[in-house]
Design a protein around this ligand. Structure first.
Ligand code: DAH
Length: 342
């Protein structure tokens, strides 16, 4: 009899060891302790034993019953613990991570610079105008005093459509559109994308951004031009700036100038930043050519004006110390994130 008990205990132990999930414990209980279980059927055999034997075997069976139940209970606790630990490992979260961090957007450096320029000029009484990217030859060239076959068109090689339209090469057409819309006196600025058939390098791209400006009134002179551009640069670079004008040729202004700014890093001594010149070339400007005023229905006998056009990309590169124009248009989010405003 003793052997039978031992074998049963061993069998129970073996079965219990194979159990991995709590829900399987019930079937073990049924097969050993249930109504038709192995231990219960042994109880049924008690009646065939003598009184003495029955008392002893009965005790033994009861002890086994209690032992099996205890083992089942402690197995249940162990499995519960390990299931909990597994879940904790799978569903672990780091509550110290800021859940909104990845969602925060940021402004592109070109947009930051464009908005800054718009704010500066709006504060000085200028109106912000827009113009189409796809232009006619009239607005992009002819009205700007660049007739067909004029050599200035060579520098503005661009992408033409079959119907004669083209991708604008400059924001200067906004001057003509502005004159058509407004009666003098007026002050306008026009930011936007421009396109040229360029060989791409660190400072050239086939798409870039310009910021055009024009002021038309009675008795406008070069002094007014210098005042507004100097004020604008002082605001952008947040310091007093020194500027100089050099003669420059643009068919739509007469006289025309290139405006340079004294290098802010070396104060004119000469450094890597200004290529040892002490000055930084910034933009083209001048007094609006009478032909251009006429093309915009403004009487050059009564009114005069100044105009300027500059690269927003170039200004952003100078301000934020970016040495290559290409990442500005490269679409790499990590690049734009550096400029994120929080
Ligand atoms: N449109 C010229 C360019 O793309 C820049 C420019 C020069 C604009 C002189 C002007 C200006 O309005 O007066 O090179």
């Amino acid at each position: 009899m003793e052997k039978v008990f031992q074998a049963l205990e061993q069998e129970f132990q073996k079965v219990l060891e194979t159990i991995q999930q709590i829900r399987d414990l019930d079937s073990v209980k049924t097969s050993f302790l249930g109504k038709k279980g192995k231990l219960t059927s042994m109880m049924k055999q008690l009646k065939d034993l003598s009184n003495e034997e029955r008392a002893e075997v009965g005790k033994k069976i009861n002890r086994l019953k209690t032992a099996f139940q205890e083992k089942l209970d402690s197995k249940r606790v162990t499995l519960k613990k390990s299931e909990f630990n597994k879940r904790m490992e799978k569903e672990w979260i780091d509550i110290t991570i800021d859940p909104m961090a990845e969602e925060t957007g940021s402004m592109h450096p070109i947009s930051i610079m464009q908005q800054r320029l718009e704010d500066i000029f709006v504060a000085m009484g200028f109106e912000v105008l827009d113009g189409p990217h796809i232009e006619t030859e009239f607005y992009n060239f002819e009205a700007l005093n660049i007739p067909e076959h004029h050599p200035a068109r060579d520098m503005h090689d661009t992408f033409y459509f079959e119907d004669g339209h083209l991708l604008r090469t400059q924001t200067s057409p906004i001057q003509i559109r502005g004159m058509e819309k407004l009666d003098p006196p007026f002050r306008i600025v026009g930011p936007g994308k421009v396109f040229r058939c360029e060989r791409t390098d660190a400072s050239h791209d086939s798409v870039f951004h310009q910021f055009e400006g024009m002021m038309v009134d009675k008795n406008i002179s070069v002094a007014n031009l210098i005042y507004f551009l100097k004020t604008m640069l002082g605001e952008v670079f947040e310091s007093e700036v020194e500027v100089r004008l050099r003669p420059g040729y643009f068919p739509f202004v007469e006289p025309g100038f290139e405006l340079d700014m004294r290098c802010l890093l070396c104060a004119g001594e000469g450094c890597k930043f200004c290529k040892q010149v002490g000055w930084i070339e910034l933009l083209g400007c001048g007094m609006v050519h009478p032909n251009v005023l006429r093309a915009g229905n403004v009487d050059p006998e009564k009114y005069s004006g100044f105009a300027f056009g500059m690269g927003i990309d170039r200004l952003a590169m100078l301000k934020y110390d970016i040495s290559d124009i290409r990442p500005l248009h490269g679409g790499n989010l990590n690049f734009a994130r550096v400029f994120s405003i929080k």
